[in-house]
Each structure stands twice: as C-alpha cells, then as structure tokens.
Design a protein around this ligand. Structure first.
Ligand code: NAP
Length: 286
C-alpha cells in the first residue's frame, strides 16, 4: 500500500520505520528539505518532499505535524487527493480537530497513539514505538466503514491496542492522565527552584534520585507540546487542574491539622487506585 506521512518528526518518523518494515511504500512530506533527506537516509520513508503534492499517490495519509498545523495542513492537502483517500491524524487532542476536518473530508478518522518520548524531530524517531501502546480512534457516525477498517488494520499491524471513543471523551480522559500530569510535574519543578536558600537548593539537586526523576519527567518535556495541550484542551485541563487543586487543599488541611489517620486512609486509597491506571506495573513490578 502507498502510505503518506505529513510531518516527519518523532511520531511521523517512527510510523514510517514500522510501515516500511511491513512492505508499505512510504511517502513523506515535511517542512524542511533537510528533514526530508534525513528521513530517507535513516530509512523512515521511501520518498520525501517539501511539496505536499507528493501525497496525491497515497491511499492513506497520516497527519503528524504539531497540533496547531493539523487543520491548516489538511485544508491544503485535500486539494491534491482523490476523494476516497483515507486521512487520519495523530494529534494529542481530538474534539477541535475532528470538528474542523470531518465536514471537509468524508474519509477522515481522528487518531491518537498514546506513545512518545521527551524528544522531538526526525532524529528522535524510533522503531516499534507503538508496540503494546493504546491507540485511540474517534470515528464519527458518518465515517465510512471502509475508512475505519483500513486505519484499524494499519494500527493493529503496529502492535498497538485500539480503543474507540468520542472525541470529547478522549479529550477529558487524556486531560486526567496526560495533560494534567504535565502541568503538575512542571509545577513541581517550578516549586523546587523557588527554594530561596541557594545551599539547600544545591543539596536538593544533588540528592534528587529515582522519585524525582519519575515525578519530574513529563514536566521536563517538550514545552511546545505542553502549550498545545493547554491551548487545544483548555476546558478539560482547567477542570482537571481545579479538581487537583481541591485535592491538594485537602492534603494541606490534613497535614496542618495533624490528622494522620485520615491522611493514611487517603494514601491507602490512592495506593489501591493506582493499579487501575497502570496494571502492568503491578503484574511486572520494576
Ligand atoms: P515533532 O517531533 O516536533 O514532529 C513534528 C514534525 O512536523 C517536525 O519534525 C516538522 O518537521 C514537521 N512540520 C512542522 N511544520 C510542518 C509543516 N508546515 N508541514 C509539514 N511538516 C511540518 O512532534 P511529534 O512529537 O512527532 O508530534 C507530532 C504530532 O503527534 C502532534 O500533533 C502531537 O500532538 C502528536 N503526538 C505526540 C506525541 C509525543 O509524545 N510526542 C504522542 C502522541 C501524539 P521539519 O523538521 O520538516 O520542520
């Protein structure tokens, strides 16, 4: 199959590796000529160009640009495509994208692979990035079954686990488990660097170990991606942050009141609840 990828970065480049290894012919389009050349040299795509018309020959196109460019790029792309070309995107927020693109292109299905790293760009692309990871698809009632099937087959072949849901449900769910953690983790790092005693701050930096590495990881990631999450999933993220602030206030009150038994109950409840979010960690503890 001829498969197009628009935006050859971490996600687009990684998709290219896996699709090529399955024998698909991968056509890549990116903004910079140097990225196109790198993608060919690394083996992520068969052909690459800065000219979007290269994708006219693709049967399926994955849109893998930064979030803000997905809709404008699709608007440009569809002038070059036959009407039955299937278009899907990988954006981390779904409702505004699906709402804007669905009326423009009947064979469109929103998607979001729940896989990534803190790095970006074609150099960060890696093989098997999606293996064992959730991959959300948000088909509409009007999405042709043939378009859903073809995207599902490709996603399954990446080794990912498919979930279907409404775009709005997706955005609320990822707000809890992806976008809220980025903001909390950023706030944690920010709070630590507010330590006013330079000696204490330096000591804390020297003592930081696995706990801080885990809790600061997503707050120390790509700032552009964090801003995009906040801009495009603003309401869901604000709701999650307000609920989080409420929980933080509860903890502050319990500690101020030295209410150790209630604090312990609360921590017992969170210890139990965690396994529902990350069951693999409990089956294979590391
Ligand atoms: P990325 O590594 O920065 O890659 C995006 C690529 O898009 C850049 O390398 C850039 O290539 C290219 N690009 C920028 N403007 C373009 C344009 N006008 N036309 C064509 N290509 C353009 O970002 P990413 O992490 O792969 O994220 C891409 C998408 O995946 C986003 O929508 C994000 O929401 C979604 N996503 C990200 C993650 C994650 O963890 N990173 C996970 C799941 C989904 P040049 O080098 O040519 O400028």
């Amino acid at each position: 199959m001829n498969i197009g990828i628009l935006g050859l970065g971490l996600i687009g480049g990684s998709l290219g590796f896996d699709l090529r290894s399955q024998g698909h012919h991968v056509l890549g389009v990116s903004r910079r000529e140097s990225t196109c050349q790198k993608a060919i040299a690394l083996g992520s795509v068969d052909e690459a160009s800065v000219n979007i018309s290269l994708l006219a020959a693709a049967e399926v196109v994955f849109i893998c640009t930064p979030l803000a460019l997905i809709v404008p790029q699709v608007e440009q792309l569809i002038d070059h495509l036959p009407t039955n070309t299937v278009v899907t995107d990988v954006g981390s927020v779904k409702a505004p994208i699906v709402k804007a693109i669905s009326p423009l292109w009947n064979h469109f299905i929103g998607g979001h692979p729940m896989a990534g790293t803190a790095d970006s760009g074609i150099e960060a692309a890696q093989r098997d990035l999606f293996v064992g990871k959730p991959y959300v698809l948000t088909p509409e009632a009007t999405t042709p079954t043939s378009a859903i099937t073809v995207v599902e087959e490709i996603v399954r072949s990446l080794g990912a686990n498919i979930y279907h849901c409404q775009p709005e449900q997706h955005d609320r769910a990822v707000s809890w488990i992806s976008h809220l953690p980025v903001m909390i983790s950023a706030a944690l790092i920010s709070a630590c660097i507010n330590e006013t005693d330079a000696d204490v701050l330096q000591l804390a930096q020297k003592l930081a170990s696995s706990g801080f590495r885990d809790t600061s990881r997503v707050g120390g990631g790509n700032p552009e991606l964090g801003v995009m999450m906040a801009r495009y999933n603003r309401q869901a993220l604000l709701n999650s942050l307000q609920q989080y602030r409420h929980n933080l206030d509860e903890l502050i009150n319990l500690i101020e009141q030295e209410n150790w038994s209630t604090l312990e109950h609360k921590l017992q409840a969170t210890q139990q609840a965690r396994s529902n979010f990350v069951p693999d960690l409990y089956r294979n503890p590391v």
